[in-house]
Design a protein around this ligand. Structure first.
Ligand code: LMR
Length: 339
């Protein structure tokens, strides 16, 4: 073979091999979903996220890779919302009390004190038209809501016993960013302080705040019960999450991938919601067993007193959350104001 012809042949072979490699790399490069959250892996949300990863990777035959970043490893509360909008992460599951700063104040309806008598009342919103309407409000922000994950009832903790409303007087209490939670603490006579979840342990330990509201699974896994002397089982509030994605990312996914991910979200939602109550009960048992904190269930008379102090928050927050949203929530939950 002539030298020139041979060289041409070699060049063509090299080009073909390179093209194959590039095509192969494209075929193999998985779609990466970065899923950031602020709690421990060993919590209802942490476990729900892990189940989603497992199902999503299995059902897309590895075409999707889910990278989970727990414990505010990547971003704190406020930053993770911004990161989602910018596309630096694709998926989050923030608490419903953290959507106000995004400009969707209606989500704070979930924070109205004593709104939910049980988990079924919570599902009345999330599985009904109000839950869907709230998700629609996220779309202009470039966010799509995929599911609601339950995490049970809020309790109170502090370095002094909290039995009566007057016990809150002057206490600095850490809250999430919701204005309804701010009004709730003020109605009890406390001084609310918005703070990122990742800063809570340190703030309690150093005395920057005196107490907080929260769920047992977070108290246990963040070890905040080690730096608080008293916990009151008040069930005055409720903690839940919205699993959300960057809308542009989601809409741009190949249809078959999106279908597989939707099914994975559906099944991980069933799982996360099914384990929440048990996980919180087990966490509470472990907190009690530690002997580090006294756990005090409110008496019916004390609950009545707390309700009396907190019910005005419902009315006061109409201008923030919207009267129609509050009424829709009452209808969905079967809530009636205590006499
Ligand atoms: C909190 O900030 O207290 C909670 O929202 C943390 C969480 O995600 O459970």
């Amino acid at each position: 073979m002539k030298l020139l012809a041979r060289r041409t042949l070699i060049q063509a072979a090299v080009a073909a091999a390179a093209a194959l490699t590039v095509a192969g790399a494209f075929a193999q490069a998985p779609i990466v979903i970065k899923f950031s959250h602020v709690v421990a892996p060993d919590t209802p949300k942490g476990k729900g996220a892990l189940r989603f990863k497992e199902l999503a990777e299995q059902r897309t035959n590895g075409r999707v890779k889910v990278e989970i970043y727990p414990n505010s490893q990547l971003y704190k509360d406020k930053e993770e919302m911004e990161a989602l909008q910018l596309g630096s992460v694709q998926m989050l599951a923030p608490s419903l009390a953290k959507f106000g700063p995004l400009g969707v104040k209606e989500f704070e309806v979930f924070d109205l004190p004593f709104l939910f008598k049980d988990d079924a009342a919570f599902r009345g919103i999330t599985e009904g038209p109000l839950g869907a309407d709230l998700f629609k409000k996220l779309e202009p922000k470039g966010i799509k809501g995929l599911a609601y994950w339950d995490n049970g009832f809020h309790q109170m903790s502090a370095n002094k016993p909290l039995h009566k409303v007057e016990d809150f007087k002057g206490l600095k209490m850490r809250i999430q960013s919701s204005k309804v939670l701010d009004a709730e603490m003020r109605a009890l006579g406390a001084i609310p302080q918005v703070m990122a979840f990742s800063e809570l342990y340190q703030a309690l330990q150093s005395g920057v705040v005196d107490g907080t509201e929260g769920v047992a699974s977070n108290f246990y896994t963040q070890k905040t019960y080690e730096v608080q002397k008293h916990m009151t089982i008040s069930n005055h509030g409720h903690l839940a999450y919205a699993v959300i994605v960057n809308k542009k990312f989601w809409d741009g996914l190949p249809a078959d991938i999106r279908t597989a991910l939707e099914a994975s979200i559906k099944d991980s939602t069933t799982y996360a919601n099914a384990i929440a109550a048990t996980e919180n009960a087990q966490a509470l048992d472990k907190i009690k067993a530690s002997g580090k904190v006294t756990v005090y269930p409110l008496t019916p008379a004390e609950t009545t007193e707390w309700k009396k102090a907190l019910m005005p928050v419902h009315h006061d927050m109409e201008s923030r959350v919207g009267k129609a949203t509050i009424e829709a929530a009452y209808k969905a939950t079967g809530f009636t104001a205590p006499k």
